[in-house]
Write a protein that binds this ligand. Structure first.
Ligand SMILES: Cc1cc2nc3c(=O)[nH]c(=O)nc-3n(C[C@H](O)[C@H](O)[C@H](O)COP(=O)(O)OP(=O)(O)OC[C@H]3O[C@@H](n4cnc5c(N)ncnc54)[C@H](O)[C@@H]3O)c2cc1C
Length: 255
């Protein structure tokens, strides 16, 4: 080979665009849907990783967004859970118009930082807001699938009762005797008979729900940017080590 020869080097497998075909659609809440996908030759993923989704319009216009993988590693179905945002370019298709049989481009899995496996030590403290529950759910699903007894707590903020994503499954997981505690807080309503919290996550709520810093919990926080930043700050103020706190910001607003 001379130096002028060109060699076609394929990009790493996980960065190649693949075709995902929708095989199932589940309405989780009035604004949130789960899409079950068939992706031939899916390489597998870790709990907490995400994919890029690329949509192409008939005129060639393309839009690309990130979505967390909701399903546990190794589960039979690959799932994304998408919240429809008002005028959202990509989410209004995925969580609204998409139908079984539709296809779109996807690449991944992506991310090696915001990931959990049951091989990691320490209790698990998860804090989610809205659709920020998605990668945390992949972690809880993996924890359940591996019959892990790692103590775990999820603190989950939703606007209203009907906005809670995966509510029944979370109830089941919290009742399975595996040392999982689920604490819900609702920021926009207090339904009759509600026994959970009814305000935004604050320092007092974190102090009550979190494992103490002396237990060195592994902490994952995901949701709107403002929630993620205030929760991370609150946990640092309570004495949790910065390197035990991992964050993922989904979007600009905490409204
Ligand atoms: C690593 C990663 C993982 C993600 N995983 C998920 C997931 O599992 N499920 C999910 O539903 N979303 C997830 N998101 C958010 C997703 O990538 C998109 O930002 C979201 O779907 C909006 O895209 P859109 O094209 O519909 O809205 P756009 O057309 O881009 O924006 C519409 C309006 O919504 C605002 N906006 C954009 N994103 C958000 C947001 N996240 N929250 C509030 N307002 C917003 C914009 O400022 C604009 O005003 C993830 C983001 C990241 C970075």
């Amino acid at each position: 080979m001379t130096v002028t020869d060109t060699v076609a080097v394929a990009p790493p497998r996980r960065l190649q665009w693949m075709t995902a075909r929708i095989t199932g659609v589940i309405d989780e809440t009035p604004r949130v849907r789960t899409l079950a996908l068939d992706v031939p030759d899916w390489p597998g993923h870790k709990a907490g990783q995400h994919v890029d989704v690329r949509l192409t319009a008939e005129d060639g216009y393309q839009a690309q967004r990130s979505y967390s993988l909701a399903s546990a590693p190794g589960s039979a179905r690959l799932e994304l859970t998408i919240e429809m945002l008002p005028d959202g370019e990509v989410s209004s298709y995925l969580a609204g118009e998409a139908r079984v049989g539709d296809t779109f481009e996807m690449r991944g899995p992506i991310g090696g930082y915001f990931v959990w496996s049951d091989a990691l030590d320490g209790p698990l403290f998860l804090v989610g807001g809205g659709s920020g529950i998605v990668p945390l759910m992949a972690m809880l699903r993996q924890r359940a699938a591996s019959a892990s007894r790692t103590p775990a707590t999820l603190l989950y903020s939703s606007r209203t009762l009907s906005d809670i994503i995966y509510r029944d499954e979370l109830d089941r997981l919290a009742a399975d005797g595996s040392d999982l505690t689920v604490v819900h807080t609702l920021t926009r309503e207090k339904p009759a008979g509600w026994s959970g919290q009814t305000r935004r996550i604050d320092r007092a709520m974190l102090e009550q729900a979190a494992f103490p810093p002396s237990a060195s919990p592994r902490i994952f926080i995901c949701g709107p940017t403002s929630l993620v930043e205030s929760v991370a700050r609150g946990l640092r103020d309570l004495g949790h080590a910065t390197q035990r706190i991992k964050t993922e910001r989904f979007g600009p607003s905490g409204k």
